[in-house]
Design a protein around this ligand. Structure first.
Ligand code: A3P
Length: 292
């Protein structure tokens, strides 16, 4: 029925919604066979969970805190998306000497096989799904390639049904959780990053086997703070074309808080969400902070 339609601009490919013109079904088909190196670093998230934030942190860690590494071009050029058109060229032709940094929203089952055999390192960032939903709602006004929701309720229903790029939040996180032992994965939450950014950066460094001096560490943390990233065009993808992002209508660095869902969820929506969360997450011992 019309009420069940996904964003009209999305296409379902292998059971996963893709954004035409951005994501490439052909690449998604090939990705599974890409050769993975032990030195590869993958960032994996459900949309709106702090992807660019962790991109910024990883780029800074690799540059030993040198802020110049996050200037000039958008983070997505230094740490490219794998499910987009043309990604195979950058990925497969990257020199052996440098670690390849990649990012994806793909579900577990569509990852390169090597990643599912403990090759490479994966950092998975999760965010409480009520805040991810609200952030995603605003993002649908900002992203020119996505359909602007009629209203919040319209988007709420789409998110609950998984009729969005990323499919359902629950599917995404549950698949990564249940297969965690088959991957070399570090799990962190957005809320932990908000509460204690430095300890998360330290965890990422030790997972990646990178040692930073105190001042390098301080610089990574400093340049990954919201108030610095908001002023950094590269972290905001400001250089990305207007056909993809409507820079007048929003920003990647929107609010950066925990609990913003309370400004948009009705009591009934919140209760319904809690019930679904409880049912879906019965076998998943992950907990989230809904407020700080
Ligand atoms: P809000 O829309 O709630 O503000 P993604 O990069 O996965 O698209 O996630 C975007 C969300 O991460 C946005 O959430 C954005 O503000 C938040 N974010 C990005 N950098 C951040 C930072 N340094 N500190 C806090 N939140 C950050």
């Amino acid at each position: 029925t019309a009420g069940q339609a996904p964003d009209v601009r999305l296409i379902l490919h292998r059971g996963f919604y893709l954004i035409p013109g951005v994501n490439s079904p052909v690449v998604v088909d090939q990705i599974q066979n890409w050769e993975i190196r032990d030195s590869d670093i993958f960032l994996i998230t459900y949309p709106k969970s702090g992807t660019i934030w962790m991109q910024q942190i990883i780029i800074l860690i690799e540059a030993k805190g040198n802020a110049m590494a996050t200037a000039g071009k958008p983070n997505c050029e230094r740490m490219p998306w794998i499910e987009v058109k043309g990604s195979e060229e950058t990925f497969l032709q990257a020199p052996l000497s440098s670690p390849r940094l990649s990012v994806t929203h793909l579900p577990y089952r569509l990852l390169p096989v090597g990643l599912r055999q403990k090759k490479a390192k994966i950092i998975y960032v999760a965010r409480n799904p009520k805040d991810a939903l609200v952030s995603y709602y605003h993002f649908h006004h900002f992203a020119a390639v996505l359909e602007t929701p009629k209203d919040f309720n319209d988007f709420f229903e789409k998110f609950m049904d998984g009729r969005v790029y990323g499919n359902t939040w629950f599917e995404h996180i549950k698949a990564y959780y249940s297969h965690k032992d088959e991957m070399n994965i570090l799990y962190v939450t957005y809320e932990d990053m908000i509460q204690d950014l430095r300890s998360v950066v330290e965890k990422v460094c030790s997972f990646l086997d990178r040692e930073l001096t105190d001042s390098q560490m301080a610089s990574v943390v400093e340049h990954a703070r919201f108030n610095n990233m908001v002023r950094n065009p590269s972290a905001n993808y400001r250089q990305v074309s207007a056909t993809l992002l409507n820079q007048q209508r929003g920003s990647f660095m929107r609010k950066g808080t925990v609990g913003d869902w309370k400004n948009l969820f009705s009591v009934a929506q919140s209760e319904r969400f809690d019930k679904v969360f409880q049912e879906e997450m019965t076998d998943v011992p992950l907990s989230f902070k809904w407020d700080l």
